[in-house]
Each structure stands twice: as structure tokens, then as C-alpha cells.
Ligand binder design. Structure first.
Ligand code: KG4
Ligand code: ZN
Length: 373
């Protein structure tokens, strides 16, 4: 029998969930089914709109989301050949993130939910990153998670959907932020992560010595601001000595930076593994890396080697699902909705700050540091 829309739909394992992501500088949406089928997937990057400012400008981001989300959703539904009424739930990133962008995504999702009579699911962006790996692979709970993105750097024990215990966090910059600032300092453009990785591939990591903050210290917290300052000094020294910063200098600095940052991650994770084992016992439990920085191949290799030496099974999402996207929000929405179909209503408000482990006290101070903690 030829596949019709009806037979195609009934073959999919429900729920079928639309996810919308607008928390930063990607306007993204996707539709996923419980059997891990991604029916349609769209990401519209705003990189060009922010490049001249060297970072994301919140007002520009919100305006771009407003301009693009409607037609992106129309294209997405056309690609999947679905109506909103065919879906089981509408999920949107509700925090943490830039408030203007969050409001655009959440208001749109609520409008679609209301018009189609489907439930709305509020998704924590960090939970999107934390669960993405389960969209790609059959990864069982519990797992040890390194969440490394532009706004966060955390080690978490993931015991189930909505069940997170933070083992470590950054006390200043996030890992992605360190990549972005290093790129900016070296004139490599924005976004910094891929540019630093590409430059590092050509570089000699042994020419310069950079600090590895927190390595050997008790606990599992990170600190990257000293590393960033050391990169700036190194670049200034090169210019003072030679008058210019050559392509080779840049490459060598990037390679040293990446190696130092990787060593920090590995050191902290060794400690976290011991804490994780105290909770979950022996066995080859999964170790997962997620978030934009997880797209870095050098770091993936280092982390895979660490997992092997600790007797953990290594998992990382495919590259396209590491940086912000709609599928991760659809999938986290689906997992939450499957666990409790009555979870959220249309009164839910956006939350620019929203820790994954709700009950945890900020580990370091208040304000910026508290929120990142
Ligand atoms: O997860 P994400 O898309 O957004 C946030 O939730 O923050 O992460 C973006 C971050 C940026 O800081 C970007 O520079 C970094 O991920 N990133 C990378 C790479 N690709 C993206 N960092 C290192 N190497 C990469 N290949
Ligand atoms: Zn993200």
C-alpha cells in the first residue's frame, strides 16, 4: 500500500512533539517522535547579524526571532507534511536565556498550543542539552554529564528526567565563553569555538605554557577567567616582541589554550567520577558530554579517553545536535510530556535564570556567578 500521510503518521510512535528554541542567537524548531524520528529540523543562525559586535546583542536577537520564527515554523510543518493538530504537544525553551528571545518562542508556542488545542510544555534549555544524547542513542540513566556551552559549564549526575544533581560548576566564565573571548582577543571572529578549534589544528600546543586553573584543587568546580587573561598577556607579549601577531602565533596560542582547557575538564571530571561512583556504584555507566563546546573534536577525543580510563561508556550527540537546535527542545519536551502529560499550562512565564537542579543553592555567591553556578 502506498504510504499516505495517515499511514505514515500512525506508524510513528507517539507522542509527536514540536520544539521551539529562541533562547540565544539561533531561531530553531523541530518535530520529533518517541521512536527518535526527527520529522523536520530547521535552524536559522543569526551569526551574521551579531558578528560585527563580537557577541550576541540581545535586542537584535529578539527582533530576528520575531522576524523569522513564523515562516520557519511554516516551512517546518510543510517539510513534515503535518498540521499542528497532528501533534501531541508544543514545547518551547522557557529559560534560561535572553528574556526577549525566550518571550518570542514561548508566546509563539503558547499561541500554537491554544489554537490547536494541544498542551504546552515549558522546557529548560539545559535539560534540552542534558537529554539530547538520548535522542541520538539509547543511553540509560543514571549518567555523568559534562554540560559545556556558551553560558554554562557544569558537571551533573543525571538520574532521570527532571532529576539532576550538580557536582561542579564554573565560578566565573563558561567554557564556550572562554573560547569566544580567546577568539575575540586573537581577532579570529565570532563565534569563537569553531574558529579556535580550526586555528589550533595548525598549531603547536607546546610552544606556549598556559595555566590550568583549579587543576589539582579539591572539589569539581571550574575557573576559566585566569586562562583568558593569560591568553591576552601572551598575545600582548608577542606583539610587544615582534610588532605583530602572526598566523603561527595565533595557531600556537589556540592549540595551547585548547590543551589547557581540556586538561581542566579532565581533572575536574576525574574527581566528579569518584563522586558519581559513590552514588551509583560500580559498572560501566554512561559519561555524556553535551552543549556547543561538545562539538570540539579535540575535546571529544580527550573526554573519550578519560571515560575509557575511568571505565565509563562515552556518549556525545552528533555535531549538529551539540550547538543550540530545536530537536533538543522537542526531545526534552517529549520526555517530560511522556512522563507527565499534564505538566504545564499557559500561565507558565519565561525564566531568564533557571538552574537545572532547582533545589540546589547557588554554589558561588549571587547574581551572575550565582546564576551560572
Ligand atoms: O550550546 P550552545 O550552542 O549555546 C549555549 O547554550 O550557550 O553553545 C555555544 C557555544 C559558543 O561559546 C561556541 O563558541 C561554542 O559553543 N562552540 C565551540 C565549538 N562549536 C561551538 N567551542 C569549541 N569548539 C567548537 N567546535
Ligand atoms: Zn545551548
Amino acid at each position: 500500500m502506498p504510504a499516505t500521510k495517515e499511514t505514515g503518521l500512525s506508524a510513528l510512535k507517539r507522542p509527536l512533539v514540536l520544539g521551539i528554541e529562541t533562547s540565544c542567537d539561533e531561531t530553531a524548531a523541530a518535530i520529533v517522535a518517541a521512536d527518535r524520528t526527527v520529522l523536520a529540523h530547521r535552524v536559522l543562525s543569526q551569526v551574521d547579524d551579531h558578528a560585527e559586535f563580537g557577541g550576541v546583542v540581545p535586542e537584535i536577537a529578539a527582533r530576528q526571532h520575531i522576524s523569522h520564527l513564523d515562516h520557519l515554523l511554516r516551512d517546518l510543518m510543510d517539510e513534515a507534511d503535518l498540521n499542528f493538530k497532528d501533534l501531541d504537544a508544543i514545547a518551547a525553551t522557557t529559560g534560561p536565556g535572553l528574556v526577549g528571545g525566550l518571550m518570542v518562542g514561548v508566546m509563539t508556542a503558547k499561541a500554537v498550543a491554544r489554537a490547536s488545542g494541544k498542551p504546552f510544555v515549558a522546557v529548560n534549555h539545559l535539560e534540552g542539552h542534558a537529554l539530547t544524547v538520548r535522542l541520538a542513542d539509547d543511553v540509560p540513566f543514571p549518567y555523568l554529564l559534562l554540560l559545556v556551552s556558551g553560558g554554562h559549564c557544569q558537571i551533573l549526575m543525571v538520574e532521570g528526567v527532571g532529576r539532576y544533581t550538580r557536582l561542579g560548576t564554573t565560578i566565573d566564565d563558561a567554557a564556550g565563553e572562554a573560547f569566544d573571548k580567546t577568539a575575540k582577543l586573537l581577532g579570529l571572529g565570532y563565534p569563537g569555538g569553531p574558529a579556535v578549534e580550526a586555528a589550533a589544528r595548525e598549531g603547536n600546543p607546546k610552544r606556549f605554557k598556559l595555566p590550568k586553573p583549579m587543576v589539582g584543587k579539591p572539589g569539581c568546580n571550574f575557573s576559566f577567567s585566569g586562562l583568558k587573561t593569560a591568553v591576552r598577556r601572551l598575545a600582548e607579549d608577542c606583539v610587544a616582541r615582534q610588532g605583530v601577531l602572526t598566523k603561527k602565533d595565533r595557531a600556537d596560542i589556540c592549540a595551547a589554550f585548547q590543551e589547557a582547557l581540556g586538561a581542566c575538564l579532565v581533572d575536574r571530571l576525574k574527581r566528579a567520577t569518584a563522586l558519581f561512583r559513590e552514588q551509583v556504584g560500580a559498572g560501566d555507566h554512561p559519561f555524556v558530554v553535551a552543549g556547543g563546546v561538545a562539538a570540539n573534536q579535540y575535546l571529544r577525543n580527550e573526554l573519550e579517553a578519560l571515560a575509557a580510563s575511568e571505565g565509563l561508556r562515552f556518549f556525545a550527540p552528533p555535531l549538529a545536535l551539540c550547538t543550540d537546535n530545536g530537536a533538543m527542545i522537542a526531545w526534552a519536551g517529549l520526555e517530560r510530556f511522556a512522563a507527565d502529560p499534564t505538566i504545564d499550562d499557559l500561565d507558565v512565564s519565561v525564566r531568564p535564570r533557571w538552574p537545572l537542579d532547582e533545589n540546589a543553592k547557588p554554589m558561588v555567591g549571587k547574581g551572575k556567578k550565582g546564576a551560572k553556578a
